[in-house]
Write a protein that binds this ligand. Sequence first.
Ligand SMILES: *Cc1c(COP(=O)(O)O)cnc(C)c1O
Length: 336
Amino acid sequence: MKIDLRSDTVTRPTAAMRDAMMAAPLGDDVWGDDPTVNAFQATLAERAGKEAALLFPSGTQSNLVALMAHCERGDEYIVGQNAHTYRYEGGGAAVLGSIQPQPIENAPDGSLPLDKIAAAVKADDFHFARTRLLALENTIGGKVLPAEYVQQATALAREHGLATHLDGARLFNAAVATDTSLKQLCQPFDSVSLCFSKGLGTPMGSALVGSQALIDRARRWRKVVGGGMRQAGLIAAACQHALDHHVADLAHDHRRAARLAEGLAAFSAIEVTSQATNMVFVRIDPAHVAPLAKWLKANGVLIELLYATRMVVHRDISDDDIEQVLTIVQRYFDQA
Ligand SMILES: *Cc1c(COP(=O)(O)O)cnc(C)c1O
């Protein structure tokens, strides 16, 4: 039995979710005929306080298509160095959208400093790409962007005539952690991308929400990049089930991540560098990194060492699993 802390993407659909998928009435969504997709999109748009929503197979595609719906060839978007839409999507906006990123350094809390945003906006001059869009991410590295900062950054963008996009892959974590409605968190932005295949536990599926005009443009680009899906109600049913039954459970993930951080902080060779929502980042004494990772793996615990030493708690991790991880780490240091 593995305890997989590499990511919240590893969650498996529950039996009830599979039943909901199997029972869903289906049609061809490229023709607009899938009743389950249409109902899900209407429900989600309403819940997010936007005019329309559009289902995507992945968050990467939802973000890419949002950028393409906001920006034209030769436009640019202002984005964080650490943002998923810049760093972890294969350069898709540039490669497929002919959109230039203007990355700026994220502050430690994940925000983009307002003076740096203002300085990055280009004058209207044919030497420059046209600055069109500000893209933020919430949560980022597990951290919730401060609400006041979001208001200020999006107001600044509007002053400069920029549109605003939020990569809200884990916005439901932010909503639960701060007891704020999805609508309030989406309100400052022209478009928001939401993932259902992370902590919400669907096998796939993301959605973009925004104005009807923006979603109409997005539907066109989604087809162009190959994201027009046929009987997509199978996916929409999973997303609807997650929306109805899994959102509140994120609070358990947050509580368990805090317990994991507290337990790990007791080891002198481990420094917990950040814990927020469902994520724990640690710095391990370099002498112990490789042997500890090997020990964990041999004991059925998987962690992510690729980008940072990160552990992500999700709905397939129980209270017992957290205690077991701490026991396994304790046994490592007992014999080290
Ligand atoms: C996971 C993730 C996405 C989208 O990822 P997909 O794997 O393509 O669904 C986008 N942004 C952030 C911050 C993410 O964590």
